[in-house]
Write a protein that binds this ligand. Structure first.
Ligand SMILES: Cc1cc2nc3c(=O)[nH]c(=O)nc-3n(C[C@H](O)[C@H](O)[C@H](O)COP(=O)(O)OP(=O)(O)OC[C@H]3O[C@@H](n4cnc5c(N)ncnc54)[C@H](O)[C@@H]3O)c2cc1C
Length: 405
């Protein structure tokens, strides 16, 4: 069987590993190379760690773990105010497996052993299918045929749009600027040592915060060369896109400046950190999402299917997108095992697309929830009301969680 995977992202590469045991795999990818991707960190949750176990060779998983951030703890999740006073501290379930991987390192490792299957610098424009197979057309006119095509080309998927005649996702009107910053000598809120936090300002700006602890692997490791050797602050500011002057085709310095401007009335410690953020590591992302109440992957598959953000894009606020894409890949690989055992392809694909919907809906809903607060605070009357309420909640929270400040 020849399978064309469109997109060498986290889901597409994980799938390619599993399928390459039994099929001929061709992966086409728009980026010029594996390291040509956002420099942020990806948290892979318990369910996705188990799914990776079915997709990747054991030695590769050990290697991914060895270069991942092992020191950080995910015991709790904190909601804070703009002075970084805790308002709510919610414990995370204990005993959960988790991999905290640097995205560029993870992608480079996922590509390394299957490089011969991946064609970088190839952008898919369209897909077509009939009962005997499917074909993708690249922007340079090249046509690649296969028995099956998998759209793994992320949010705003060209493949799914070509199949459905419309994009399954919409722009949410919000933009995130994310980066890394040195921790400095003092002022780190204590709760960040126990897990990530999301802070809200009264103007509707939100900031995701998390602590980076360098991996324990030897510093000589080639994959670690570009990773900070010291603990650092991982931050992501979220605000309506209309408030940001330039986020496309702009420099890291300009993004850092815009993020620092958004936070000039916030905790001086945070403002200082973001102002001194590592600009080459700073990037902006427009948020897209599928409607969690609308149709998801509801076409009748013949020889084209999809996984991950390509069918159920969600904003990064839930930290679930990559994990959901990995779980899809594991389910799809299992469905194709059934096909090898004799079940018709269209039947196993329909089963796979049906099964993934409930996981996708719950991940999208969870990821959209924090954005409701940001959206509600776009308007002046809500901001005027929010200021004293957030202040009171911050004062009470600071007392209640005294030990965590
Ligand atoms: C700042 C930030 C932090 C995040 N943190 C987390 C986290 O902690 N945990 C988590 O689970 N998720 C996180 N996410 C979300 C996660 O990165 C995505 O949901 C995940 O990568 C989706 O995987 P995917 O394989 O579906 O798509 P992607 O990994 O986006 O891969 C899609 C690939 O397709 C390629 N492509 C696109 N169009 C074409 C085309 N036309 N032709 C060929 N190739 C194409 C792209 O270049 C890309 O390589 C975060 C996202 C951001 C922006």
């Amino acid at each position: 069987m020849r399978i064309v995977v469109c997109g060498a992202g986290i889901g597409g590469l994980s799938l390619a590993h599993a399928l390459s045991r039994h099929a001929e795999i061709v992966v086409v990818e728009r980026d010029a190379g594996a390291a040509d991707t956002g420099g942020y960190r990806i948290s892979i949750n318990d369910e996705a760690c188990r799914a990776l176990g079915t997709l990747l060779p054991r030695a590769l998983i050990s290697e991914i773990r060895s270069v991942s951030d092992v020191g950080s703890r995910f015991e709790q999740f904190t909601i804070a105010d703009s002075h970084l006073r805790p308002i709510i501290v919610a414990p995370e379930p204990s005993g959960q497996d988790r991999i905290l991987a640097h995205r560029q390192v993870l992608r480079s490792l996922l590509v390394r052993d299957i490089t011969a299957m991946v064609t970088f610098g190839s952008t898919v424009r369209a897909v077509s299918q009939d009962r005997s197979g499917a074909a993708v057309t690249l922007t340079d006119g090249t046509v690649i045929e296969g028995d099956l095509v998998v759209a793994a080309d992320g949010a705003d998927s060209a493949v799914v749009a070509s199949l459905l005649g419309r994009s399954p996702t919409r722009d949410l009107g919000l933009t995130g600027i994310a980066g890394w910053a040195p921790l400095g000598d003092a002022g780190l809120p204590g709760y960040l040592r126990r897990g990530p936090a999301l802070a809200f300002g009264p103007d509707g700006t939100g900031v995701f915060l998390s602590l980076y602890q360098p991996p324990g692997a030897p510093a000589a490791d080639r994959m670690l060369v570009d990773l900070p050797g010291e603990p650092a602050l991982i931050w992501g500011a979220i605000t309506p896109s209309s408030r940001l002057a330039h986020t496309r085709n702009t420099t890291g310095e300009a993004l850092v400046r815009q993020a620092a401007d958004l936070l000039d009335r916030w905790s001086p410690w945070l403002h200082e950190r973001v102002s001194h953020a590592d600009s080459p590591r700073t990037a902006a992302f427009r948020f897209r999402a599928v409607d969690p109440a609308g149709p998801i992957a509801d076409w009748t598959p013949s020889t084209v299917t999809a996984l991950g953000d390509a069918i159920h894009a969600m904003p990064p606020t839930g930290g679930r997108g990559a994990s959901t894409a990995i779980c899809d890949a594991a389910d799809l690989a299992r469905a194709l095992d059934d096909h090898r055992d004799g079940a018709p392809l269209a039947q196993v694909l329909a089963g796979y697309q049906h099964e993934l919907v409930s996981r996708a809906r719950s991940a999208v809903r969870e990821s959209l929830a924090p954005l409701r607060i940001i959206n509600a605070l776009r308007y002046r009357p809500a901001q005027l009301l929010a200021r004293p309420l957030l202040n009171a909640a911050g004062t009470l929270g600071a007392l209640r969680y005294r030990g965590q400040r």
